[in-house]
Design a protein around this ligand. Structure first.
Ligand code: TTP
Ligand code: MN
Ligand code: MN
Ligand code: MN
Length: 376
């Protein structure tokens, strides 16, 4: 008798880089709950618990079926006691009381608002919370607060930045970036990375990787592009970070370390004339003249040397959890160190060169995972 190949829980890897995770999530009600728990632990700076919930969320996202009974998660990795308790509650009650408590928690709600502002992290949120502030409006109204240049931009463009970036907007910005870069370096390669490369239809920002196969690196390119946008009136904010890469330095062993590429965290002005379908009368025309016809969009630009392009692409495509697991897999299972610049084999004491993501997976002894299967 022929049977469908059964799903075997014991074959599911604890590493998301050995699983395929598309955007088709059968377990959203569980993974949303875990992400709330993880975020609350992040706000409390308990990294271990935060990671436990992120790993559990990531694992359930990769399952090819919805979990309906506790038996469904038997034998799966990443299912600790805290995680199982919440799954059980959701199966039995339809929701989790622990998650509901977090969602109603004063501190969680305040941190959630504060960290939604560009330039505001857990540290700043902590400070504002201790001062008795609870909402974005209260922070805005407090004229005694000393805000960074980044946070000022964050408040100035708040409404635009919290509304998500669409694929159409990403395509429009992509053209702007390609045009600007090619003005100065015609053979440059501009690639969209981050969530949009993983096939997401919306994002919080748009990430680009820029490299050039030609000889000689141009560390002025980024400055030229930014200056052009300034002259064109397209640049609302920008923070350029110069490269801190040192040749032959061993890859960073920290799992969430920043890389050393020259980069820029920017806010661009995307002009988008509003199409008006209503009948045109004079008062409507007057109203239209005052309507804002642009949107502020967060853009990350990363410049990479050509030899490091594949590593940068793998790192910046994410997801964040996929990247963490790749690095954890490399060090725990292969005695190798991976970061956004290189892969180092500690046994052979050599750097492993790669011209494509496929080659990096092969160096690690991993089956290739397509970008749209990296939504861990
Ligand atoms: P993000 O833009 O933060 O995330 P995302 O594109 O996956 O999702 P969103 O829609 O919310 O923007 O980062 C993209 C990837 O780049 C992410 O997987 C982590 C990686 N990354 C680095 O490698 N180094 C960095 O310094 C940053 C900020 C991100
Ligand atoms: Mn992104
Ligand atoms: Mn983001
Ligand atoms: Mn980004």
């Amino acid at each position: 008798e022929l049977e469908m190949p059964a799903f075997t829980a014991t074959k599911v890897s604890q590493y998301s880089c050995q699983r395929k995770t598309t955007l088709n999530n059968y377990n959203k009600k569980f993974t949303d709950a875990f992400e709330v728990m993880a975020e609350n632990y992040e706000f409390k700076e308990s990294e271990i618990f935060c990671l436990e919930f992120l790993r559990a969320a990531s694992l359930l996202k990769s399952l090819p079926f919805p979990v309906t009974r506790m038996k469904d998660i038997q034998g799966l990795p990443c299912m600790g006691d805290q995680v199982r308790d919440i799954i059980e509650e959701i199966i039995e009650e339809g929701e989790s009381s622990r998650v509901r408590e977090v969602l109603n928690d004063e501190r969680y709600k305040a941190f959630k608002q504060f960290t939604s502002v560009f330039g505001v992290g857990v540290k700043t949120s902590e400070k504002w919370y201790r001062m008795g502030l609870r909402t974005v409006e209260e922070v805005k109204a407090d004229k005694t607060l000393k805000l960074s240049k980044m946070q000022k931009a964050g408040f100035l463009y708040y409404e635009d930045l919290v509304s998500c970036v669409s694929k159409a907007e990403a395509d429009a910005v992509s053209l702007i970036v390609k045009n600007a870069v090619c003005t100065f370096l015609p053979d440059a390669l501009v690639t969209i990375t981050g969530g949009f490369r993983r096939g997401k239809k919306i994002g919080h920002d748009i990430d680009f990787l820029i490299t050039s196969p030609g000889p000689g690196e141009d560390d002025e390119l980024l400055h030229k592009v930014i200056d052009l946008w300034k002259r064109q009136g397209l640049l609302l904010y920008c923070d350029i970070i110069e490269s801190t890469f040192v040749k032959e330095q061993l890859p960073s062993r920290k799992v969430d370390a920043m890389d050393h590429f020259q980069k820029c965290f920017a806010i661009l002005k995307l002009c988008q004339p509003r199409v008006d379908n209503s009948t045109c009368n004079t008062s409507k025309k007057l109203e239209m003249a005052e309507v804002k016809d642009w949107k502020a969009i967060r853009v990350d630009l990363v410049i990479t040397p050509f030899e490091q392009y594949a590593y940068a692409l793998l790192g910046w495509t994410g997801s964040r959890q996929f990247g963490r697991d790749l690095r954890r897999y490399a060090s725990h299972e292969r005695k190798m160190v991976l970061d956004n610049h290189a892969l180092y084999d500690r046994r052979k004491r050599i750097f492993l060169k790669a011209g494509s993501e496929e080659e990096i997976f092969a160096h690690l002894g991993l089956d290739y995972v397509e970008p749209w299967e990296r939504n861990a």
